[in-house]
Design a protein around this ligand. Structure first.
Ligand code: OAD
Length: 254
């Protein structure tokens, strides 16, 4: 099946859901996780992206997140984000993302469901700041946004209780927020479900495509390389999101 077939399904779809992964932000300069230059090729997730890693060495984890914030802070949405932003306003398209870069939001996408949180949001870790006099923590569930690069102090602290802050990101071994998972699951009741720029291996996000298919949606994938999803989707388009989405958008106007 071709791009024209996907465009035909898009024209007919009254409810469209798109699941995005790191690949949609690759053209903006945000590193992916598992590609040739991917973050998980250079770093071990168990050292940097688990609650145990944070307990063990919060300064190391914060240094890594501060580096990513500085890098992503310079990135801007690309034409792939722009097309999805327009579809969210004009085509009843729900965007569910695994990305923590907030580029969908920056592009003006309405109602983005962020499954893995945001690099720009922090919450109280309920732990004392290393090297400081211990104080009572662990009762504060404050969450806030902080766009500053660099932070006023590293590691950043909870403005409520002065305890250690952590990234408001879903780490390996942690559950997604109930409200996000519920919203994403509801979005699988759609006519067309497109997975874009994801290796389709991290659950529960990867399971959403299967849920959509089980409920009768036409399924599609946009990715330069085959993934575990390629064999089950109805339409697999091999190409980069920043090229394919604008072409698809153009086809919709004919
Ligand atoms: P991955 O790095 O696993 O996969 C990125 C996918 O994007 C790969 O399949 C690439 O082939 C594809 N890709 C690369 N360039 C592309 C382009 N220009 N257009 C379209 N696709 C392109 O990233 P995710 O699938 O998002 O979790 O990874 C899922 C989760 O694993 C992430 O959210 C992250 C990670 O651990 C957390 O941080 C919690």
């Amino acid at each position: 099946m071709s791009l024209e077939d996907l465009a035909a399904h898009l024209r007919r779809a009254s409810r469209l859901t798109v699941l995005t992964g790191a690949g949609i932000s690759a053209a903006s300069g945000v590193p992916t996780f598992r590609g040739a230059e991917g973050l998980w090729r250079q770093y071990r997730p168990e050292d940097l992206a688990t609650p145990a890693a944070f307990h063990r060495d919060p300064i190391l984890v914060w240094e890594w997140y501060a580096w990513r914030r500085a890098l992503v802070g310079k990135c801007r949405p690309n034409p792939g984000h722009d097309v999805l932003a327009r579809w969210s306003r004009e085509r009843r398209c729900t965007v569910v993302t695994q990305n923590v870069d907030d580029l969908h939001h920056q592009a003006g996408t309405e109602g983005v469901i962020r499954l893995h949180g945001s690099l720009w949001e922090l919450r109280c870790a309920g732990l004392p700041v290393p090297g400081r006099t211990r104080r009572r923590t662990g009762v504060c569930d404050d969450e806030w946004r902080d766009d500053r690069v660099p932070f006023a102090e590293t590691p950043p602290r909870c403005p409520q209780c002065g305890g250690l802050a952590r990234p408001a990101i879903v780490w390996f071994g942690e559950a997604l927020r109930d409200s996000d998972l519920r919203a994403a699951t509801a979005a699988t009741r759609c006519d067309l479900f497109i997975a874009i720029g994801t290796s389709a291996i991290v659950h529960p996000a990867a399971g959403l495509l299967h849920d959509a298919k089980r409920q009768g949606a036409v399924t599609a994938e946009i990715n330069p390389v085959p993934t575990p999803a390629s064999g089950i989707v109805d339409i697999a388009i091999h190409g980069a999101a920043e090229d394919v989405l604008p072409r698809l958008d153009l086809l919709l106007s004919f």
